[in-house]
Write a new protein. Structure first.
Length: 194
């Protein structure tokens, strides 16, 4: 069982400054200077902590012209929280399978996404494809209605083939489309990787 990733995640989150950075990024993306200003710390200190958070894939970055914005990988936090919660309720083989599944999902995300959050390629295997797309749609807001152009721009942040990915969002029930307007479906409706 690969518990080292789980341990690394919690070791990294054991620092109060990193917890504060995660708390800030939970409200939305920020650039390094903004984080430093809000926390009253120097830019090199923030750079050090962001590096540690990137190493465990808790934070990813996107460049907008000359500014690098940092984003929270909220799906990873949810996975780790779920694993920890399940540790309290489940034992034995069932727990081991759940931890392995969470680690496998994270490994797939790491294999198909670059450090700056770009999708390297669309997986051909259905299970991996669904995990990759589920990770992507975490960046969309529930209840918000998106025009097709907005969805295209959102997808282009990850991959240039926005038409294929947009179609996959509909096919796999992540979103529904009506009169050119897109909206996230409840997670219960999403296609499952199993």
């Amino acid at each position: 069982m690969q518990l080292n990733r789980l341990v690394e995640f919690y070791k990294t989150m054991g620092d109060p400054t990193r917890v504060r950075i995660v708390s800030l990024l939970a409200k939305g993306p920020l650039h390094g200077q903004a984080i430093a200003g809000k926390l009253g710390l120097t830019a090199p200190t923030i750079t050090h902590h962001l590096k540690k958070l990137r190493e465990v894939h808790l934070v990813y970055e996107r460049r907008d012209k000359n500014t690098i914005y940092f984003y929270l990988n909220s799906s990873l936090i949810k996975q780790q929280a779920e694993v920890l919660s399940q540790l309290l309720d489940k034992r034995g083989e069932e727990l081991e399978n759940m931890v392995e599944d969470s680690l496998e999902r994270q490994k797939i995300i790491e294999n198909f996404y670059t450090k700056d959050g770009k999708l390297k390629n669309i997986p051909s295997q259905r299970k991996k494809k669904l995990i990759v797309f589920e990770h992507m749609v975490q960046g969309l807001k529930k209840g918000k209605k998106y025009e097709e152009k907005e969805i295209n721009e959102f997808i282009k942040q990850f991959h240039e083939d926005y038409a294929t990915i947009r179609r996959e969002f509909i096919i796999n029930h992540y979103m529904y489309r009506e009169n050119g307007i897109y909206e996230l479906n409840p997670e219960e409706m999403w296609a499952k990787p199993e």
